[in-house]
Ligand binder design. Structure first.
Ligand code: NAP
Length: 260
């Protein structure tokens, strides 16, 4: 079973000329999604906190003939998001697409060892940051009858080794997505959620032993771990008009490991 080939990822001509903001765009899944949008003619504001990583992603997109800007912001901070909104408006105009993928912190923590501080950090980084991001760009989405895609995790769908805080925060993202989808549908705004299982990236490959990898692989009926482009491909579809009658869903991107 092979990983997806970016060149074979769907093309969505209706995306050309649109503007997107992609949080979590400085690496991994977000960077792959920013690049995929740019290949479809979308001007992309790439958001994260690591300026050097953002500059690298943006240079890659611009060198490939796309249009991107780097915008450093902490998505847990209302003032950073307000500044980000102004910056994107000034440079690209009102956005049509919000990809709210910033987050993470899914490391295993036994509940007997959980601290209030860590719990709040995870909920803040995964759930609150997602709501604040959507909310900062909501005026644009309403004006443009735009789309948003949020990020859950298979940890929100079934118990996994990730911390309870991460599972609860990601389940909150899926639930919040359904709520916002219903609320905003009359204004023509669609919002959907992607829910990946293990997406392998360079950092993970560095830390995972062959034995751990084989053990993980056994849980995936399709016989491989996920790749960032598996999620980027789904995000493109959900951002495009090809999914115009889909809102409020949580799409499992999980190699057959999640079949609710
Ligand atoms: N990889 C997986 O197996 C997997 C599975 C399910 C769900 N997910 C979710 O997918 C998303 C991306 O994960 P990834 O695997 O690609 O992880 P990653 O490589 O660690 O990327 C995380 C991204 O989120 C950004 N970020 C985190 N907190 C932020 C904050 N407060 N403000 C702004 N940006 C912030 C990071 O930016 P900086 O580093 O620049 O700050 C980085 O771009 C996360 O929400 C994660 O929970 C991942």
């Amino acid at each position: 079973m092979t990983t997806p080939d970016s060149a074979k990822m769907g093309n969505y001509p209706d995306l050309a000329g649109k503007t997107a903001v992609v949080t979590g765009g400085s690496r991994g899944i977000g960077a792959a999604t920013a690049a995929a949008l740019a290949r479809n003619g979308v001007a992309v504001a790439v958001v994260g906190r690591d300026q050097a990583a953002l500059d690298g992603v943006v240079a890659g997109i611009n060198d490939a003939g796309g249009r991107a800007m780097a915008a450093a912001a902490d998505c847990t901070s209302q003032s950073d998001l307000d500044r980000l909104h102004t910056q994107v408006l000034d440079q690209f105009g009102a956005v049509d697409i919000v990809i709210a993928f910033a987050g993470g912190y899914g490391q295993p923590v036994r509940s007997t060892e959980e601290t209030a501080e860590h719990w709040r950090h995870v909920v803040d980084s995964d759930l609150t940051a997602t709501f604040l991001t959507i909310s900062a760009f909501l005026p644009d989405l309403i004006v443009h009858r735009g789309t948003a895609v949020t990020m859950a995790s298979s940890s929100a769908r079934q118990a996994t080794p990730a911390s309870a805080a991460y599972a609860a925060a990601k389940a909150g993202v899926a639930s919040m997505t359904r709520h916002l989808a219903k609320e905003l549908a009359p204004q023509g705004v669609r919002i959907n959620c992607v829910s990946p299982a293990t997406i392998e990236h360079e950092r993970m490959r560095r830390f995972m032993s062959d034995e751990q990898r084989q053990h993980l692989l056994a849980g995936f009926p399709l016989g491989r771990l996920g790749a960032p482009d598996d999620v980027a491909s789904a995000a493109l579809f959900l951002a495009s008009g090809a999914s115009s009658w889909i809102t409020g869903i949580t799409l499992d991107i999980a190699g057959g490991s999640v079949m609710p």
